[in-house]
Write a protein that binds this ligand. Structure first.
Ligand code: ARG
Ligand code: ZN
Length: 856
């Protein structure tokens, strides 16, 4: 059943304290809880509970019979409860068979098991009956009891007491107390056998904080990168937002089976191993960089999410959008900010724009949902972050800081809304409140425009207009405030003659620039000042001009991407020749390779097949797009054929170092290697083999392996076998081994099928499932076939019951089926209809319903 934002009601009872006693046994767990509740408003006392075996419930000391409460549809309701209530509840759950990875569940198998929780958004109700909603804040005390074969017993807050269980020599317990008022989605506990890496941090307020990262003993040597990132993040939040940590202990636990990246539980983060473990030998630079970003993200949630939390799940973007903006800013301080912006914008364009263009389009703050898990989307996270960025840029650094200070001052300890956030940020400028429409309206605005130069009056007029598609089920779109960062370039000197922030907040507007001596080239949407599609009336020569003269790396990349898109989307009506682009690349690359290798590597990006597809709304032909993409790639490789050998030599392999320069060198070397193989440069196969064999780190080894696999060099299979041998013991590296095959340019459904049947394939480990299935979906020519869809929807069917969160996420990848060219479209439609007959979880049912509602 649908839940609507407009139906929000305050809870009738508040919880002051909850005492939890969690006893883990061989085949089940028993949970005893004591809730002290106080009435806030009239109405029933409502607790949520799912998959619980209720053993006993007492209210103010007397046991309730089934006639004293109603139990249905995941709710336990007590009518006419007194104003002060102490509830004692006893339930039994089964973490050992919980494959959904929500609530309290077992990870691992055989002798190698551990127990962890995932409560966001609504997992706590799978642990016990509780008013499991984010606007109910309580003080938690948690006692954990288990067999001593699990020496690690962790919960939120501070350790109060630990010891042996009387008369049970094999069992022990620990009691944790969290002094912060928190919603149940931030509850966490861990029962495991883990090693720990320990460090400490002294906050700006003088608090000594114990830092701990828990992992399996074999992985403890891969925790240093995460630990350093944690300390960097703690410092960064003090410097940039004036926020210090508030407990004496900060713990991170690595678990191999986890649906998402990580979770910000108060004082006890739980992380997917892929998002916390990192070592040069086993982790690529890209992955390692994202480890740091995710550590920072979860840490930043302590203020944006935990201390100030969400009133209801419609406000998810309140914590996620702001926290993503914060982690992006943190990352921009750890590498070139141009490259950071490039990566964030590329992700937004590839995933969020396509979500916004299809049937799953929803506002950054949705207004209704059936299953909130379906809304942990790139729209909520990444578009949400872009809105905060627009606000921050509009206010400028100083006023933005005043606004965030005000936000923390006003709402600390509360569960609030997007409106509250905007109102705090408006203290210096009440126009900020106009940004609310960005949270309400789905669809990516398209900004079109042209210019007019009048030499008589020396006036340049820029006309801009905005248009957003009308997504069915929503109000007709209205104009949004769109900040368009603009610079005018003098054609002769190549210098900037004026910089302006144009605020486009009507359907069409003209902006006049005076005293312009000759017609300039206009650079728009600099630094991607708003999450829109830009459709300006440029000549290719203008873009080529900007490619050379734009002053920052991001803008040069953006212009390059515009050129590439024009070339590739030729079939879609544009008609640019690649010459301008190839020439500009040939001129820029050598110098840039020496100055900023990472940026040089990005300038050679050709948008992914998926990103290109997101711009096509009808008759999308995966074969055609793939062919055009490959042809352009080939042209680039050949146009610069003479340069690859020199470049490759300019970028020698050195002993491993984790600096921005060293990472840039490795990234560019991998791109150059692939280009050289594409252009059949003499000796390139040997470079690849040597790079693989002499690699100092995973970025070098995996880059070489990937290039060999994608180019089907003669010995590729031997290298794949060697890679498997070397890293057999390391699940995260074996994930790479699966994904390099599943995402290969030459992959077939037979290969996918055999990977799924491989002895190391594991349906219970989301990382492994994604290493094959998500990797494979990056090859649309194979995905959108009878056999490809058979496999893909088969996987969804298989996971629907066991792990609906994962199944539904995988399904969302198929959202754009309706844009396909026939007969693929009809075939995809049939496969989805067939899936609908089998769909069981509300997660998959809701997603499927939206996906099938495709309008265009
Ligand atoms: N709050 C977490 C983060 O952004 C994500 C948790 C999502 N979990 C889920 N089951 N949807 O870091
Ligand atoms: Zn988050």
């Amino acid at each position: 059943s649908k839940i609507n934002l407009k139906d929000y009601k305050k809870p009738s009872f508040d919880v002051e304290t909850i005492d939890l006693d969690i006893k883990l046994f061989e085949t089940y767990a028993q949970i005893d809880s004591v809730l002290k509740m106080v009435r806030q408003t009239t109405g029933d006392l409502v607790l949520f509970g799912e998959d619980l075996e209720l053993l006993m419930v007492k209210m103010n000391g007397s046991q309730l019979g089934t006639e004293d409460y109603q139990q249905q549809a995941g709710k336990l309701t007590i009518s006419d409860a007194p104003n002060e209530v102490t509830l004692e509840i006893q339930v039994r759950i089964c973490p050992q068979t919980n494959t959904a990875l929500e609530g309290f569940y077992m990870a691992g198998s055989g002798d190698d098991t551990m127990f962890v929780t995932q409560c966001e958004p609504e997992g706590f109700r799978k642990i016990t009956f509780y008013p499991d909603r984010p606007d109910v804040l309580a003080i938690f005390t948690t006692r954990l009891e288990a067999d001593k074969r699990y020496p690690t017993l962790l919960a939120n807050g501070n350790l109060v007491e630990a010891g042996e269980v009387t008369d049970e020599p094999n069992r022990h317990y620990a009691i944790w107390h969290d002094p912060t008022n928190k919603p149940s989605y931030l509850f966490a506990c861990v029962v495991a056998d883990l090693d720990v890496l320990t460090d400490s941090y002294k906050t700006s307020e003088g608090r000594n904080v114990l830092l701990e990262i828990y992992a399996k003993s074999a992985d403890i040597d891969k925790c240093d990168v995460g630990m350093q990132a944690l300390k960097d993040a703690m410092k960064w939040d003090e410097v940039n937002y004036g926020r210090a940590y508030d407990l004496d202990r900060y713990m991170i636990v690595a678990v191999s089976q986890f649906n998402m990246g990580a979770m910000e539980n108060k004082g006890l983060n739980i992380f997917n191993t892929a998002c916390v473990l990192s070592s040069p030998e086993t982790t690529t630079d890209a992955r390692s960089f994202s480890v740091k970003a995710i550590i920072a993200h979860e840490y930043f949630h302590n203020w944006t999410g935990n201390r100030i939390t969400c009133r209801d799940w419609f406000q998810l973007c309140l914590k996620e959008g702001f926290t993503v903006y914060r982690d992006q800013s943190f990352s921009a301080d750890q590498q070139s900010s141009a490259v950071q912006r490039i990566d964030d914008v590329a992700t937004l364009r590839a995933h969020q724009f396509s979500e916004d263009a299809g049937p799953l389009a929803h506002p950054v703050r949705p207004e209704s949902f059936v299953e909130i898990n379906n809304f942990y989307t790139t729209t909520v996270y990444e578009k949400g972050a872009e809105i905060v960025r627009m606000i921050a840029n509009t206010l400028g650094q100083e006023d933005f800081r005043k606004g965030t200070d005000e936000y923390f001052r006003r709402y600390d300890g509360q569960a609030v809304t997007v409106e509250d956030f905007l109102s705090a940020l408006s203290i210096t400028d009440n126009k900020i409140e106009d940004f609310i429409d960005w949270y309400r309206q789905p669809g990516t605005p398209v900004v079109s425009g042209h210019q007019n130069y009048d030499s008589a009056t020396q006036t340049l007029t820029i006309t801009l207009s905005q248009q957003t598609r009308h997504v069915s089920g929503f109000d007709a779109p209205k104009p949004l405030p769109i900040p368009v960062a603009t610079a005018l370039f003098d054609k002769d000197s190549g210098n900037i003659i004026a910089e302006r922030m144009l605020l486009l907040d009507q359907a069409t507007q003209t902006f006049a620039c005076e005293d312009v001596a000759s017609e300039p080239v206009v650079s728009l949407l600099r630094d991607f000042s708003a999450p829109v599609q830009l459709n300006y009336d440029y000549q290719d020569e203008d873009l080529a001009f900007l490619l050379t003269h734009e002053t920052n790396g991001f803008n040069r990349w953006q212009v390059t991407q515009m050129l590439v898109n024009r070339i590739l989307l030729q079939g879609q009506g544009s008609k640019s020749s690649p010459d301008v682009y190839l020439q500009a690349l040939a001129q820029t690359l050598p110098r840039l390779a020496a100055d900023d290798a990472m940026l040089a590597a990005r300038l050679l990006d050709i948008p992914s097949a998926q990103e290109l597809a997101s711009a096509i709304n009808k008759n999308y032909d995966p074969e055609l797009i793939k062919a055009q993409r490959e042809a352009l790639y080939q042209q680039v490789a050949e146009a610069l054929k003479d340069q690859w050998a020199g470049l490759y030599e300019q970028l020698p392999m050195q002993s491993y170092e984790d600096s921005a320069d060293a990472r840039g060198t490795r990234a560019l070397r991998n791109v150059v290697l692939d280009m050289a193989l594409t252009a059949n440069v003499n000796g390139a196969v040997e470079w690849a083999e040597q790079q693989y064999n002499n690699a100092s780190c995973m970025t070098e080894r995996f880059g070489a392996l990937k290039a060999m696999v994608n180019h089907q060099v003669t010995n590729a299979d031997e290298y794949l076998a060697d890679f498997y041998e070397r890293f057999q013991e390391n699940d995260l590296v074996i994930d790479l081994w699966f994904s390099v095959q599943a995402s290969a340019d030459t992959v077939s459904t037979d290969v996918i099928q055999s990977l799924l049947e491989h002895q190391d394939f594991d349906w219970n480990t989301p990382n492994r499932v994604r290493s094959v299935i998500s990797a494979f979906s990056s090859q649309p020519t194979v995905l959108w076939t009878q056999e490809g869809l058979e496999i893909y929807t088969g996987v969804i069917k298989k996971l629907d019951d066991a792990n609906p969160v994962l199944a539904s996420r995988l399904l969302q990848t198929l959202a754009r089926w309706n844009t396909l060219v026939e007969p693929r479209r009809q075939m995809a439609h049939n496969k989805l209809l067939d899936l609908q007959k089998h769909a069981a979880s509300k997660h998959v049912i809701e997603s499927l319903e939206s996906v099938l509602k495709a309008e265009n």
